[in-house]
Design a protein around this ligand. Structure first.
Ligand code: AMP
Ligand code: ZN
Length: 461
């Protein structure tokens, strides 16, 4: 298997640290609002990575954090805690906000068939691990105190810019706030923040009452669950210059080692020229997609049409086309269920093509090309073996094809009645009533198709 590594800027052979096993850490959500579909592109990517690993026979341990403290409104160490701001705006406690949006995140993730990571860890449950890590960093001489708290001295780590490949001038130009005169280097960042009496979530520490810097949680929890050297760390590309650069510096300062072997980053989901993001004001959530009649599986299909390292353009057309392709696959599955499984030897080259594609730095679009070749060939041969192979590929694609195709048989009687009523309306040429009934059926999650043999109803994919 070949995978790209942001640290080396090269695609190379993946060699697990322990044969047959893989440890993956994914930066999880900051739970102060609904995650948007840009965020979910990142989680579909890490889920696909895990699924590919499992498909290729690795035993995976996937760890993801939930950020419920310490992520300030600016990536610099200024601004309000995102959780506390959310709590203030909604008149709730930070804990209520965190639990609510954490649940919402996992509900949406389940709709997208994102497998729950083996370990999900909340920052607020790991404060003592973070204090311990910061203690090690300080003991090794990488930290100093200012009125803000305990600060990491990036000047002590010559390899600081290796991940971002930014030089100091670029880092300075990128800094959005006036440089704090107490800091030794513009890129220095807080490990532990004190003297913030208004902050609601605070803990005692050797550096005074306060709270951890955001980057500390990911270093502390990844090391706790995956060890001081582990295989893969994932996140979106926006995390490269600050969050992951700082995590990597902390890891080295605490352990004297390069903890993460391979850093992998997904490119953005974009609308027009802008990434989807809160500051761009162009957010779309999973529920909003569903309100527009788009299924979560349709969105997942869209994500699988692009290489994870390439920007993915989100447009009404791209979404519609993904949704249509998914419907085509599901229809193929329904037809195939009536066919026998014949001699399946012809399937093997397609399986190989799929496997080679996904093992080549997760080339899922190429994998989908193999799927569609199978559909064409399977249709010609009328051989269910093609569908069985596609269901096997769906362990990687995560579209839930078996369920989508199988659900056809289960049309609730309420829907059947509406379909019959619509047929009567059509016979009476009452088009307004017929359209109204079609919408009602659609709201229940079904589509009616008018065929020469009469109306056919199926679940919306
Ligand atoms: P956050 O909650 O802001 O830390 O973001 C959660 C994850 O979503 C991170 O891995 C981000 O890099 C990623 N992310 C944020 N916006 C986008 C986007 N428009 N497209 C893809 N990934 C994104
Ligand atoms: Zn992180």
């Amino acid at each position: 298997m070949k995978l790209y590594n942001t640290l080396t800027r090269r695609k190379d052979e993946f060699e697990p640290l322990v044969p047959g096993k893989v440890g993956i850490y994914t930066c999880g959500p900051t739970v102060y609002m609904f995650s948007h579909i840009g965020n979910f592109r990142a989680y579909i990517f890490s889920d696909t990575l895990r699924r590919v690993m499992e498909y290729l026979g690795y035993e995976v341990k996937h760890v993801m954090n939930v950020t419920d403290v310490g992520h300030l409104t600016s990536d610099e160490d200024t601004g309000e805690d995102k959780l506390e701001k959310g709590a203030r705006e909604e008149g709730k406690t930070p804990e209520e906000i965190a639990r609510f949006y954490e649940q919402a995140f996992f509900d949406d993730a389940a709709k997208l068939n994102i497998l729950k990571p083996h370990v999900v860890c909340r920052a607020t449950d790991h404060i003592s691990d973070m204090i311990e890590l910061v203690r090690r960093i300080e003991a090794n001489g990488y930290a100093y105190r200012t009125s803000v708290g305990l600060i990491f001295d990036t000047g002590k780590y010559p390899e600081y810019a290796l991940l971002s490949r930014l030089n100091l001038a670029e880092q300075q130009a990128g800094a959005r706030v006036a440089v704090d005169p107490e800091r030794r280097n513009p890129s220095d960042f807080a490990l532990w923040i004190t003297n913030q009496p208004k902050h609601l979530m605070q803990w005692e520490s050797p550096w005074g009452r306060g709270f951890p810097g955001w980057h500390v949680e990911c270093s502390a929890m990844s090391i706790k669950y995956l060890g001081e050297r582990f295989d893969i760390h994932t996140g979106g590309i926006d995390h490269i210059p600050v969050h992951h650069t700082n995590e990597r510096a902390q890891n080295f300062a605490a352990t004297g080692k390069e903890v993460v072997v391979r850093w992998m980053h997904n490119a953005f989901l974009v609308i027009g020229d802008a990434r989807m993001g809160k500051s761009e004001g162009n957010l779309v959530t999973i529920s909003e997609l569903q309100e527009r009649g788009v299924s979560p599986a349709g969105f997942r299909y869209l994500c699988q049409t692009a290489l994870y390292r390439m920007p993915l353009n989100f447009t009404a057309e791209s979404l519609q086309s993904a949704q249509n392709s998914l419907r085509g696959l599901v229809d193929f599955g329904r037809n195939a269920q009536a066919w026998p499984v014949n001699d399946a030897a012809w399937i093997e080259p397609f399986k190989q093509e799929f496997k080679d594609a996904v093992a080549d730095d997760l080339n899922i679009p190429q994998g989908l090309a193999a799927v569609w070749s199978l559909v064409r060939e399977g249709n010609q041969r009328q051989d269910r073996a093609a569908w069985e192979a596609i269901l096997d590929f769906d362990r990687v694609l995560g579209l839930g094809l078996e369920q989508l195709a199988g659900a056809a048989a289960e049309v609730p009687s309420q829907v059947e009645e509406l379909v019959a009523a619509r047929e009567r309306a059509r016979k009476a040429r009452d088009w307004a009533e017929s359209d109204r009934l079609r919408n009602e059926i659609s709201e229940l999650g079904f589509l009616v198709e008018d065929t020469p043999a009469g109306a056919r109803v199926k679940p919306r994919p």
